[in-house]
Design a protein around this ligand. Structure first.
Ligand code: BES
Ligand code: ZN
Length: 891
């Protein structure tokens, strides 16, 4: 928290470090409130830096106990004598030696008092660290920037009883008891130079499971996953996922693991999802622990993805790291891209793609359309923690996906190999990365790189015309992009448009063009049309009948598409498109249109809009033999936030909610028979397996159950109650509970009670219980949430509990967060202020729930604005919350 130094950091001000730290030897004596950290740094002037510059080591709330320069102890009281300066936030040597020298510093820190969960802190009785982005400076003074790479040797010492397990990065080179005491030590050495944000240590009493992996070159790697005692069996799936991820990275990218040991530690107190520290990943336990009785299919899928993500960072992030934090997408966007591809390979690729695009639109499109919009590579920041966003992550991944589509698989993997060859062991930039692909593909990627430097979601407008006599079909493509904060004018992007022309009932028409308005041979062969100018016209010839264009297949670019397809066209695509993604998309487009019409009717005081053709199409889809997971996606309606985003202005969340409910009710009523048939047909197989096949069956079955309940409360409640009582697997139990909580009455309260009683010793399940209640779209929910904050299972100090209750209220309950009297806004604003004192990072994330406030109707908009104002004006805000509040208000 550095409120006083509120100066923006700018990309254009980047300068190489004036000093380098080749080696960092740490000696950490763990103690609950007075941990001693000794460091011995081998420092040398950077030949590329500025000679005779002052050496300024970063600190954050540190107290130095001892400093020595080349063995010479410096008097901490007489800093002038050695031409230096010490504050909690910096250690300065104004005239350091202009040759290699050794600086030793000892600090004392209090891990038990660390509520920010950055630096060294305690999770339960364990000690752990989180250093990305700037947490290492809360442990010791250092050049806390990603372009300073050092080789670490870490000696840990602790009471055996308090911390029998002592872990750090790299390989363990020594350990033992300390004679005549109750203490022991371990020494870890990591031969790979790394930035300090990848440093980690863990000490505690944990239960472990072990595994082995032999890399394809024959190196034996020991794998360890360390969890709370008694939870070891719940780590088995994570271990399996880890092995699959290791194999996949060898097979697809040719990348092997490079140390003798790979450890994962699961902790219950963690700000984020997980962290890729070299050889010692630290995880939020929700992304490690799973059993059929406590985890849903979605949880299993998340664990698989997060384990893979952090593992993949070993190459994309650790071996090649970022030059500065502006390049964050270099590691995060690329690693998300890689984990998406892994999950797609493990499961159904189209279903994964649909899920990824749903998330992209929900999170990133809304961010890009609001006051928090920023470049995938930002050019300035106040607080880097606030830039771990869906824009950097998800849009960053989409850019790489587009690159692969544009240059082809072969050039893409060759480009990746070149990137690894050129930059292994260094800190790189986006330019470095892109140049590898430009070199391999022999193609200028300057214009393509605008995806990194222009914020906002481009709009792709398409119009078509068919000439029956000439048998030609013409597409007029146009792109534009609205202004975003600080960027009024946008230059055209390079947009890859995967395209097919669907002849109703006869599949894809071969793409042929001619004349001026043509497409290149490569475009026709690949079906990928490139739009790099503001407009482009393409005329296809030999088109025997009016086709339905299937645009942006597989969601080939992260743009908004505006094409006035008729309802009949959409029905054709739902039934016949060879691209599964666009079959799903057509159903979404149809449903979105319907819902938008309904919202308009409701706001005009009329009944919701109804459409029999759509209901019939859904019924047909449910009856097909298609993959149940895919069918579940096709019948899954767009969310209320999606509708709000489509409407884009003067949004009334209540009207959207009513329209959404009315459509679900309609589907449930009109298709009850089909839905019930599917429900019974898809009865669960024993034993439980989290694999994609059975998970997909459960997804469709539970979607059917929810629709039945929407159409017929009594029938739905009875079915749901039966399922709730008879199943022992969390996916089905929780799905049933979700249905029951949407029906007001005593049954709901009884079911909630029973659920709590059954899982009160499983905090991760209790999080689901909190989240579910916080999302009930009823007037009494805020009171319920307030009451739950007093529940004995709740604690503001645990980010998972907080996100489950308050986070879910703010992000998953549009009608109550946006209650017309402003009570939801006031509640969250007040909570953000309370929380800010303890954990600014989590507080700032909670506040970003206001990211779409300006699209609301005037009354709510003014109430939300006032709540944001209240936060922005509060005294002594953290840099994190201040930054979000101010950017949210400025537009
Ligand atoms: N490097 C991040 C963890 C991180 C995030 C550290 C923010 C500091 C600040 C890690 O690799 C990551 O991206 N984790 C994600 C999950 C992942 C599967 C996208 C997370 O924690 O949400
Ligand atoms: Zn990451």
């Amino acid at each position: 928290m550095r409120t006083d130094t509120a100066k923006p950091v700018r990309l254009k001000d980047y300068r190489v470090p004036d000093y380098l730290i080749g080696k960092a030897d740490l000696d950490v004596k763990l103690h609950p409130s007075a941990t001693r950290v000794g460091v011995r740094l081998a420092i040398r002037p950077n030949p590329r830096g500025c000679p005779n510059a002052a050496l300024v080591l970063d600190g954050d709330g540190l107290t130095a106990k001892r400093i020595a320069l080349d063995g010479q102890v410096l008097d901490l009281q007489k800093t002038a004598a050695w031409n230096g300066f010490i504050t909690p936030d910096a250690l300065t040597l104004n005239a350091p030696p202009q040759r290699p020298f050794i600086l030793e510093v000892e600090t004392e820190i209090d891990p038990s008092a660390n509520t920010q969960l950055m630096g060294l802190y305690r999770s339960g009785s364990a000690y752990c660290t989180q250093c990305e982005a700037e947490g290492f400076r809360r442990i010791t003074y250092f050049l806390d920037r990603p372009d300073v790479l050092s080789v670490y040797t870490v000696r840990l010492e602790a009471e055996i009883g308090e911390a029998p397990l002592l872990l750090s990065n790299g390989n363990k080179i020594a350990s033992g008891k300390i004679g005549g005491t109750t203490r022991h030590f371990a020494i870890w050495h990591d031969p790979y130079p790394k930035p300090c944000y990848l440093f980690a240590l863990v000490g505690g009493g944990l239960g472990s499971i072990f595994g082995d992996f032999t890399t394809r070159s024959g190196r034996k790697v020991k794998l360890g996953i360390h969890v709370e005692h008694g939870k070891e069996p719940q780590a088995a799936y994570a271990m399996d996922a880890l092995k699959r991820a290791m194999k996949w990275d060898e097979r697809v990218y040719g990348r092997e693991y490079d140390l003798d040991i790979f450890n994962i530690v699961a902790v219950s107190h963690f700000n984020m999802g997980a962290m890729e520290n070299k050889g010692l990943n630290i995880f939020n336990d929700k992304y490690v622990l799973a059993s059929p009785a406590t985890a849903t299919d979605t949880d299993y899928a998340h664990i698989e993805a997060v384990i893979a993500h952090e593992y993949f960072h070993n190459w994309t992030g650790n071996r090649i790291t970022c030059r500065d934090w502006f390049q964050l997408c270099l590691k995060e966007g690329l690693t998300v891209f890689r984990d998406h591809a892994f999950s797609a390979d493990m499961r159904s690729a189209p279903v994964r793609r649909i899920g990824d695009v749903r998330t992209l639109r929900a999170q990133q499109f809304s961010e890009d359309a609001g006051p928090l919009a920023h470049n995938v590579r930002p050019e300035t920041y106040m607080e880097i923690n606030n830039f771990y966003t869906s824009t950097v992550y998800e849009k960053g991944a989409e850019i790489i996906r587009m690159l692969k589509v544009l240059i082809g698989d072969d050039a893409f993997y060759k480009g990746m190999d070149l990137y690894f060859a050129r930059y292994d062991g260094t800190a790189a930039t986006i330019e470095d990365f892109i140049a590898c692909f430009a070199d391999i593909a022999g193609r200028d990627l300057t214009q393509f790189s605008r995806w990194y430097s222009q914020a906002g979601t481009p709009l792709l407008e398409v119009a078509s015309s068919y000439d029956a006599d000439a048998q030609t079909f013409t597409l007029d493509l146009a792109q534009s992009c609205k202004p975003t904060p600080g960027q009024d004018k946008k230059e055209p992007f390079v947009i890859p448009i995967a395209l097919g022309l669907v002849a109703p009932g006869a599949g894809d028409i071969p793409l042929r063009t001619g004349g001026d308005a043509g497409a290149s041979g490569a475009e026709l062969a690949s079906g990928i049309i490139e739009l790099s100018s503001p407009r482009r016209r393409i005329t296809f010839r030999d088109v025997p009948c009016r086709p339905v264009p299937s645009l942006l297949r597989g969601f080939s670019a992260p743009v908004r598409l505006d094409y006035a397809a008729s309802e009949a066209d959409l029905l054709t695509l739902i039934a016949h498109d060879s691209d599964s993604f666009n079959r799903w998309q057509a159903a979404q487009t149809y449903a979105t249109r319907l819902l938008q019409r309904s919202v308009a009717s409701i706001r005009a005081g009329e009944a919701p809009y109804r459409d029999k053709d759509f209901l019939a199409a859904l019924g047909t889809v449910i009856d097909t033999n298609a993959d149940p997971a895919f069918v579940a996606q096709v019948i899954g309606l767009p969310g209320e936030a999606d509708i709000a985003r489509e409407i884009g202005e003067d949004v009334d969340p209540d009207a959207i909610h009513r329209a959404h409910d009315a459509l679900a009710e309609d589907i449930g009523k009109e298709r009850q028979e089909t839905l019930l048939a599917a429900y019974w047909r898809l009865a669960p197989e024993e034993p439980y397996s989290p694999d994609a096949g059975p998970a997909g069956r459960r997804a469709l079955r539970n979607a059917a159950l929810a629709f039945v309940a929407a159409g017929d409360k009594a029938e739905g409640a009875a079915l749901a109650m039966r399922q709730f009582e008879s199943t022992s697997t969390m996916t089905d139990k929780f799905a049933a509970l979700c249905v029951l909580t949407r029906i007001t009455g005593q049954e709901r309260e009884d079911a909630l009670q029973a659920f709590y009683a059954a899982y009160e010793n499983e905090p991760l399940v209790i999080d689901k219980w909190f989240a579910l209640q916080a999302a009930i779209p009823e007037h009494g929910t805020l009171a319920r949430v307030r009451a739950l904050m007093q529940h004995k299972a709740f604690s503001c100090k645990n980010p998972n509990r907080l996100r489950a209750l308050a986070g879910s209220f703010a992000a998953a309950n549009p009608t109550q967060f946006n209650a017309g009297d402003g009570s939801g806004y006031d509640f969250i604003a007040g909570l953000v202020l309370d929380l800010d004192v303890k954990n600014p990072q989590v507080a700032a994330r909670l506040l970003s729930a206001f990211k779409s406030w300006w699209i609301l109707e005037p009354q709510r908009r003014s109430l939300a604005g006032a709540a944001l104002q209240r936060v922005a004006c509060a005294a002594s805000l953290s840099a994190d919350v201040k930054d979000i509040a101010e950017r949210s208000l400025a537009h």
